[in-house]
Design a binder for this molecule. Structure first.
Ligand SMILES: NC(=O)c1ccc[n+]([C@@H]2O[C@H](COP(=O)([O-])OP(=O)(O)OC[C@H]3O[C@@H](n4cnc5c(N)ncnc54)[C@H](OP(=O)(O)O)[C@@H]3O)[C@@H](O)[C@H]2O)c1
Length: 256
């Protein structure tokens, strides 16, 4: 399988780095020349990676073409490309649906959308994809795990959920700044909170973990400090703010 990447930025670097360290048997990997620094780094990392002269060369030299450009430039880039009928296209472009992509491509080719996360570089990323596709699932399973959405709506919901990464770090930052304001040096607060949150995430991801409400209850003594913080947080608008933020990002994904 010859893989091609149109757009050689952060997510392409993560995917290609993950692939190069994976157990998959890889054919050639062709990346487009922009960004030049990222393309050069990837080409230096393995003889399997080559830098194409331009975007059309990527398409011409690959069987599975990843579209990894930003949404703002996507239409202009994709409309200029000529694809072969036998080609498989994997679009990573956020908030851009199947209909728009097919129109820009100018044909109804085999097309899968996916939401890889930066953790694919370490082969620990969960990747949502739609529609179900065995080849794309196999590739992303080698980079962590693949989740096949059962419908367009489900895929959009996973896209909204994937937008929580900044909020995760935002909660850590707000909490760390609070500790700092109370007199603790920022580095010490960070050294405490980062592993605490990492342990919580590992607990939540265990295959035998119960639902999150049960975990919250298990980690909150009745009448204790953890219960107090959550009741306070939820009661003072925290739960509503989070729910409305998810509603807002879903509306954006759905073009509303
Ligand atoms: N980063 C993530 O975690 C992530 C996760 C899932 C999906 N995505 C999606 O993946 C896409 C890429 O995201 P990213 O984070 O990798 O963005 P990025 O780091 O900005 O990479 C985009 C790349 O596209 C290049 N580019 C710009 N115009 C181009 C053109 N006309 N032809 C070819 N390449 C061009 C840019 O090159 P220059 O640097 O030279 O401008 C840049 O290297 C986006 O649609 C994003 O929504 C990203």
């Amino acid at each position: 399988m010859r893989l091609g990447f149109v757009g050689t930025g952060a997510i392409t670097e993560a995917i290609v780095s993950g692939l190069l360290g994976s157990d998959l048997t890889l054919g050639s990997i062709l990346v487009s020349p922009r960004n030049a620094d990222v393309a050069a780094r990837l080409a230096a990392a393995s003889p399997l990676v080559a830098i194409a002269a331009n975007n059309q060369d990527v398409v011409d030299g690959s069987d599975m073409v990843f579209l990894a450009i930003r949404p703002q430039v996507a239409e202009g880039v994709v409309r200029e490309l000529r694809f072969r009928p036998d080609q498989h296209i994997v679009s990573l472009i956020a908030a851009t649906d199947h209909r728009a992509l097919s129109e820009w491509i100018g044909a109804d080719l085999r097309l899968t959308r996916a939401i890889p996360l930066p953790f694919v570089a370490e082969r620990t990323g969960v990747t949502a994809l739609y529609p179900a596709d065995a080849a794309v699932s196999a590739l992303f399973n080698a980079l962590g795990s693949a989740i096949e959405a059962n419908s367009e709506e489900e895929y959009q919901l996973l896209g909204a959920a994937s937008a929580l990464m900044g909020t995760y770090f935002g909660i850590l930052e707000i909490s760390t700044r609070w500790l700092e304001a109370k007199g603790m040096p920022y580095p010490q607060a960070k050294t405490y909170l980062a592993p605490l949150f990492a342990s919580l995430a590992q607990t939540a991801a265990r295959p035998d973990a119960p639902d999150f409400a049960t975990l919250r209850s298990e980690f909150s003594t009745k009448g204790g400090l953890n219960e107090q913080v959550f009741v306070d947080f939820a009661g003072k608008g925290g739960a509503t703010a989070l729910t409305e933020a998810l509603d807002g990002v879903l509306a954006r994904i759905q073009g509303r």
